[in-house]
Design a protein around this ligand. Structure first.
Ligand SMILES: [Zn+2]
Length: 144
């Protein structure tokens, strides 16, 4: 059926009848369960892991957001502000496309892993996913 339909960007296998972008659509569900922070973080993870499906602006913002949240122990709101300011500051020096566009890291976590555990603790699972992505992609990203 859906075998052989692994996501070309992140490598996730379909879950049941759902492909990667279907699982992403399902994330809207956690937004309406009142977990806006987990939702925003998960969207950033998905964007980071799917550079072909997003603009480079969206990709860099997602990267800066994940990194600020991870390395500076900020609240999600603070991390978004930092990411926004950093993007404004560095915009003119950034590559016009994601460094992951043509080099896919060996991802250790995908949206499929996230969605299988998301109902337990959405924010914890989103944080776990974001940490895995930053580790996986670390050696692929060089920014000043
Ligand atoms: Zn995918």
């Amino acid at each position: 059926m859906l075998e052989g339909l692994q996501c070309e960007e992140c490598g996730a296998s379909p879950r049941g009848m759902k492909l990667c972008h279907d699982m992403f659509d399902d994330l809207l569900g956690i937004k309406y369960r009142g977990d806006g922070e987990a939702y925003r973080l998960a969207v950033a993870c998905y964007t980071f892991q799917h550079p072909r499906s997003h603009s480079s602006t969206a990709w860099w913002f997602a990267y800066f957001y994940l990194e600020a949240l991870y390395t500076q122990q900020l609240t999600s709101q603070e991390a978004r502000e930092i990411a926004h300011n950093r993007y404004e500051d560095e915009q003119s020096n950034l590559p016009t496309e994601s460094p992951l566009l043509h080099n896919t890291p060996p991802w250790t976590a995908t949206i499929s892993d996230f969605t299988s555990n998301v109902l337990e603790a959405p924010l914890d699972e989103a944080l776990k996913w974001s940490h895995a992505l930053l580790q996986d992609a670390k050696s692929y990203i060089r920014v000043g």
